[in-house]
Design a protein around this ligand. Structure first.
Ligand SMILES: C[S@@+](CC[C@H](N)C(=O)[O-])C[C@H]1O[C@@H](n2cnc3c(N)ncnc32)[C@H](O)[C@@H]1O
Length: 492
């Protein structure tokens, strides 16, 4: 089945779409997308998907084939492991799966860095992307959580003879990556009540997991309260830079940000406990580009409904929103970037050579780790001492810095990563006090500690101010050098 007739499948499975309003077609560089077949006014319903067709760990019948304990283990593996396993299983069910037509429409190949060669990945060095791809941790999850189940339940995990639509072997590690990537680039986060255990399927009551036991990742899509009170969902990150994915379970990385989406971080309980990661058939055929969204998915009356949010002239593409994330996020999860004309106010901030290609993504950012700042402070200190430092002095200095880092983490309300956007003010408001705290003399540090104070984000023209600027410049230079050397290495 092609994506074109996933619409026909939707109707046959109990969904609805307005065949006078939209169809699917290929868009160069984007894959398939939806096109308006006539002028569409704002608030025009395009299609609706009953909640029973949302593909979630709760809705899949897989759990009825495992013992309660094994299902619970799978769910407790965190993140999206259970859903990815269910997707592998549903795909291998062939015609027996309720989602057969949908599964057949999903891509098997992706352009995301997860599938790049080592050589190509070198182009990303100096960015935060390689550390977040998490291929190794995904494969570890596959080995420790998936393989034991495949071995224990060989009949359950034998593909049906009708499941011939795949080129990648069912239940292989490649399948795990493919389903994980499908999920990363297409899943929605919906209110948990939308995905109650299957209302029409034959899910048994033996699940040990139950609704609340599914660990959620932070949302791939954001749920917000719409004007009419229904809950809406976007294919987006909850907040900029908070990314990751199925990968605690599947693929992403081991860093803090991703722990959220992996569901490993239970501290952030409120959203996670209320939301469930699901695949919403057909809603995920819509592409997105910054500022072009003209339709939105909402949940109302037990159905997901795609509705236009603007007038869409006949022949125009119908876009959802992925929430306007940065290009690094887009590339990692979706395999593409937004390269739109940058507004003059941002262009002015770029160096002349960057202005020669005046395109980009206004949500772009990059991360500077506290460790990089620390290293710049140490390098600056060594330079001012002209290298005349004993090992003992070095140790004492580094220990003092660590105490200050602890103080920063306790008292500043900020973390140990600084996110720099086009508007650098916010990052500087965090980095300047951090650097000042690291370089201040011991008496001032102790006095500030006693008064529970953190330095202000203000630079004076005195020696301290000059030193702060020198250190920040060093941090930026180091970042830039990292990128330059990657490009050189890659072109060899
Ligand atoms: C939710 S799916 C949309 C349907 C997809 N085009 C397809 O053919 O299945 C998201 C994927 O569509 C593609 N895509 C979406 N928006 C895009 C854009 N603005 N530019 C390039 N590719 C885009 C990316 O491959 C992304 O991973």
């Amino acid at each position: 089945m092609t994506q074109g007739n996933v619409l026909a499948w939707l109707v046959s499975a109990g969904g609805w779409y307005d065949e006078t309003a939209l169809d699917l077609q290929d868009y160069p560089g984007m894959g398939q997308g939806a096109v308006a077949l006539r002028d569409l006014e704002e608030d025009t319903p395009l299609f609706s998907v009953p909640s029973s067709l949302l593909l979630s760990a709760e809705h899949s019948d897989l759990r009825t084939h495992l013992s309660s304990a094994d299902w619970k283990d799978l769910v407790d593996a965190g993140g999206w492991t259970a859903l990815i396993m269910c997707m592998m299983w549903e795909d291998a069910q062939g015609e027996r799966s309720r989602w057969y037509g949908y599964m057949r429409s999903l891509p098997e190949r992706f352009d995301t860095p997860m599938f790049w060669s080592e050589d190509d990945l070198r182009w990303l060095e100096g960015t935060d992307i390689p550390s977040k791809v998490g291929k190794t941790s995904a494969e570890e999850t596959y080995k420790t959580k998936i393989v034991p189940l495949l071995q224990k339940y060989p009949e359950v995990f034998t593909p049906d003879s009708s499941a011939t639509h795949r080129t990648i072997p069912h239940f292989s590690v490649d399948d795990f990556h493919v389903q994980g990537s499908r999920m990363l680039s297409r899943s929605f986060s919906v209110p948990k009540e939308t995905v109650k255990p299957d209302p029409i399927g034959d899910v048994s009551m033996q699940s040990a997991g139950g609704d609340d036991s599914i660990e959620e990742g932070s949302a791939a899509m954001d749920d917000v309260e719409s004007a009419n009170g229904s809950v809406t969902a976007q294919l987006v990150p909850q907040e900029e830079g908070q990314d990751g994915g199925p990968e605690g379970s599947h693929a992403e990385d081991d860093n803090d940000e991703d722990e959220d989406e992996e569901g490993d971080d239970d501290d952030d309980d409120s959203e996670a406990d209320l939301e469930e990661e699901v695949m919403v058939p057909v809603a995920d055929v819509l592409n997105a580009a910054y500022g072009l969204d003209n339709a939105h998915l909402s949940f109302d009356d037990g159905r997901c409904k795609m509705i236009t949010t603007k007038r869409i002239p006949k022949g125009e593409q119908i876009y959802n929103t992925y929430g306007g994330p940065s290009n690094s996020y887009l590339l990692r999860r979706y395999g593409h970037i937004d390269a739109l004309p940058l507004p003059p106010v941002l262009l002015k901030k770029l160096s002349p050579e960057l202005r020669t290609w005046p395109h980009g993504n206004i949500a772009d950012d990059f991360e500077i780790s506290g460790k990089d700042v620390l290293e710049a402070v140490v390098a600056d200190w060594k330079q001012t001492r002209k290298g005349k430092i004993t090992e003992e002095e070095d140790q004492t200095y580094q220990n003092a810095l660590l105490e200050r880092v602890d103080r920063w983490l306790e008292a500043s309300g900020f973390g140990d990563t600084f996110v720099v956007e086009y508007d650098v003010e916010e990052a500087l408001d965090e980095m300047i006090p951090f650097v000042k705290l690291l370089i201040m003399d011991s008496a001032t540090f102790q006095a500030g500690k006693a008064k529970q104070k953190i330095p202000k984000a203000k630079i004076e023209g005195d020696d301290e101010g000059k030193r702060v600027i020198r250190i920040l410049k060093r941090v930026m230079d180091t970042q830039r050098q990292g990128m330059g050397s990657d490009a050189k290495a890659s072109s060899l």
